[in-house]
Design a protein around this ligand. Structure first.
Ligand SMILES: *[C@@H]1O[C@H](CO)[C@@H](O)[C@H](O)[C@H]1NC(C)=O
Length: 327
């Protein structure tokens, strides 16, 4: 804008400069060297204006970048430090680490939904609970000896005994749908595919409080699988290769983790049938982070590296935000 106005002003000046009527006002009796002097000073003025214009142009670009583009939220890339086999038939919807190299996993899809105990190192399913055909498994979390699971398109969920995956209780919750679950050991955190993060009482299943997750003024829709890590909620954002690090108090995005290379490399290796990144597990005793995806043949242990390069918020929005979806 500023540069346009400046250009206009510049044009006006150059228009009014060498017009014949102007030169005719010059006394014919002026000595020639004064005439030359005037020409030179006009050229200097134009050069001066041009260089000021150039400087203003550069600084206005810088200003624009600072104002609209630079992202102050930390952004991380990942390094794979270990790869483990993962059942390529598992449509991963819930994942957690339970100690002793054991994972619990909830899988979705109609007639293929399950809760399973999985050996981390081999990917082998050690205990399997097959769900009713009418239930599509979603988020899973563990408090003490009890696994909590929510069901897609229902306001109900189940509690299982972690030792044998026997179903103990059916419960009803207050979210609009069941997508993700996590815990800090005391309360449940839940997602329902919207931008809302819920805090839920694990005895009554009443919502304690809830917050809208926002980044740069935009709602982060489609919050999916959740994990509680060092006081933060980490959430897969459905249909993206991003994990949002969210403050459980208030829902602000504390950081973004970008993982596009995992899915791309699996596809490049010929795994054309894989679905999206989903599933985060945390080994708090050994600070190990695990991620996988729906129908992925691998589960990864990853390490984060801050991206130092100046990323702009628009790039993050394009990578990590999607329109709201209503099923
Ligand atoms: C962490 O370590 C404690 C103490 O050894 C153990 O009781 C617990 O099961 C471990 N938890 C996980 C998730 O590994």
């Amino acid at each position: 804008m500023a540069s346009k106005a400046l250009r206009k002003r510049l044009n006006k000046r150059s228009d009014s400069k060498p017009s014949p009527s102007n030169s005719s006002t010059m006394p014919a009796s002026w000595p020639p060297h004064l005439n030359n002097y005037r020409k030179t000073s006009v050229i200097f003025s134009v050069l001066l204006i041009l260089s000021v214009f150039g400087l203003l142009g550069v600084s206005s670009n810088m200003w624009r970048n600072l104002k609209h583009d630079a992202v102050s939220t930390p952004v991380y890339s990942i390094e794979v430090v270990n790869e483990f086999p993962h059942d390529p038939q598992a449509f991963t919807q819930g994942l957690l680490y339970a100690g002793n190299d054991i994972l619990f996993e909830s899988t979705g899809l109609n007639r293929r939904s399950s809760v399973r105990q999985v050996a981390l190192r081999t990917g082998k399913v050690e205990v399997l609970h097959e769900m009713d055909d009418s239930d599509f498994g979603e988020g899973l979390t563990l408090i003490d000896e009890r696994l909590f699971q929510v069901i897609w398109l229902k306001k109900t969920g189940y509690i299982y005994d972690r030792n044998n995956l026997n179903k103990l209780v059916k419960f009803t919750h207050q979210m609009t749908d069941g997508w993700g679950l996590a815990t800090d050991g005391k309360v449940l955190f839940g997602s329902d595919g919207t931008s809302t993060l819920y805090k839920i009482n694990p005895q009554t299943f009443k919502v304690i409080n809830k917050g809208i997750v926002k980044f740069n003024g935009h709602e982060v829709h489609n919050l999916n699988e959740l994990e509680f890590i060092n006081g933060e909620i980490w959430a897969n954002v459905w249909q993206t290769d991003c994990i949002a690090r969210i403050s459980p108090e208030g829902g602000s995005v504390l950081g973004w983790i970008l993982l596009p290379n995992l899915r791309k490399e699996l596809i490049a290796a010929g795994n054309s049938g894989i679905d999206v990144l989903n599933g985060i597990a945390w080994d708090s005793n050994n600070s190990r982070i695990f991620v996988t995806g729906k129908l992925w043949p691998k589960l990864y242990q990853i390490k984060l590296h801050p991206i130092k390069k100046n990323l702009n918020a628009g790039d993050i929005e394009e990578l990590c935000l999607r329109a709201a979806i209503h099923f």
